[in-house]
Design a binder for this molecule. Structure first.
Ligand code: SAH
Length: 365
């Protein structure tokens, strides 16, 4: 898939209209969202979708009640906008309180139990008394446990639909929701003799400690002082902060809003500066922006085709955004085969380090 193909939005006909989808955006094709869409019925006046992705799950409510969507992924937000669906960039727990008759939550399975717990709490807080929550998920990804947790927070609930491992439940809010509490975490980690305090929200990559692959990449870099460096998929700044500290002028792109807020806070608290872009791969960067170095610890998930698309788009973007002579550093699991793509785009590649992870290196000619 070329970079142009990655960024293309594709219209999908749907009985309720047209939904645009794109690589890297959650929610289609996805059996959880699909079963949710087949279960939802309007109730009251205002609905809130707390994990909309491209908007498939709440689409049947469109035109029958007011539907608001809170989304964190730039890729998904681009698709929602193109579809003309009402959505804003926000974390689930930023929803207006006791304001909604209906809430929808496709369990954010990949984001860990803390983020999922806070999403459930957010749903409970956003609903008015007597309001309803549709909860959708996969029994192999904790649905039963989260359904119990939702019942403890809200009250009465019943399983509406099951199809294979996918489940949809409906709950009613019968009691006041507990307070939100502290959502931020912080940890300190030394990188080559300098201590950094990383602040982060739940659901970010490598919460609570730096990823060993990130550290390996940092050890493999040459002098960066004064150079323009692009960090693709910056997370809370595991690469960005040490690079900024070493005197690089870093541009950091990140698709996930929770990660991006974490990065901004971490930069501030460490007295460091970088340019930060909420961006689906390189889409949010100025068109003409070019860099001396591109670094990335790309997202991956065994068997997750969505993420493989993204990781490959990272490599394409690195090539497209480097100046001639510019250097590309990528760290990955040894079993992930980036080499053929590097060969095709850069014409060569090298393994700089090989440990539990490998650091691949290529120069743009
Ligand atoms: N550089 C950080 C994080 C690496 S994990 C570190 O080393 O600690 C990969 C990051 O890529 C995640 O934060 C993930 O949210 C982000 N990401 C995933 N899809 C993306 C996309 N389409 N565009 C930009 N960033 C993306």
């Amino acid at each position: 898939m070329t970079l142009e193909e990655y960024h293309r939005l594709t219209p999908l006909p749907h009985p309720q209209g047209v939904v645009y989808v794109k690589p890297g955006a959650r929610g289609y094709p996805d059996p959880v969202y699909d079963l949710l869409a087949r279960a939802v019925e309007p109730f009251g006046r205002r609905a809130l979708d707390l994990n909309p992705g491209v908007g498939w799950g709440s689409l049947p409510l469109e035109g029958r009640m007011e539907v608001e969507r809170l989304e964190t992924s730039k890729a998904a937000l681009l698709a929602l906008k193109k579809s003309g669906l009402k959505a804003r960039r926000a974390l689930p727990w930023e929803a207006e309180e006791e304001a909604y008759d209906l809430a929808l939550l496709a369990l954010p399975a990949g984001r860990g139990s803390r983020y999922t717990h806070l999403s459930l709490l957010a749903a409970a807080r956003a609903l008015r008394m007597g309001g309803r929550l549709y909860l959708a998920g996969d029994k192999n990804k904790g649905f039963e446990r989260y359904f119990k947790e939702a019942q403890a927070l809200l009250g009465y609930g019943l399983l509406l639909k099951r199809e294979g491992p996918v489940r949809v439940a409906l709950l009613e809010k019968e009691k006041k929701a507990p307070p939100l509490g502290e959502v931020w975490s912080v940890f300190t980690e030394g990188v080559q003799g300098t201590a950094f305090r990383f602040h982060h929200l739940p659901g970010v990559f490598s919460a609570g400690h730096l990823d060993p692959a990130t550290l390996l990449l940092l050890e493999s870099l040459e002098e960066v002082r004064g150079l323009e460096v692009l960090d693709l998929g910056a997370g809370y700044g595991g690469l960005t902060l040490p690079l900024a500290h070493r005197g690089a002028r870093v541009a950091a792109v990140e698709d996930d809003w929770a990660s991006l807020l974490s990065l901004q806070r971490s930069l501030e608290e460490n007295g460091l500066v970088a340019e930060v872009f909420h961006s689906d791969v390189d889409e949010g960067l100025p068109k003409e922006a070019r860099y001396d170095i591109v670094v990335t610890n790309p997202p991956f998930h065994v068997g997750g085709s969505v993420l493989l698309d993204v990781a490959q788009a990272f490599v394409h973007a690195a090539h497209a955004r480097l100046r001639p002579g510019g250097r590309f550093y990528l760290v990955a699991n040894p079993f992930l085969k980036y080499e053929p793509l590097l060969e095709a785009l850069f014409g060569h590649w090298e393994v700089l380090r090989q440990d539990r992870y490998k650091v691949l290196f290529a120069v743009r000619r």
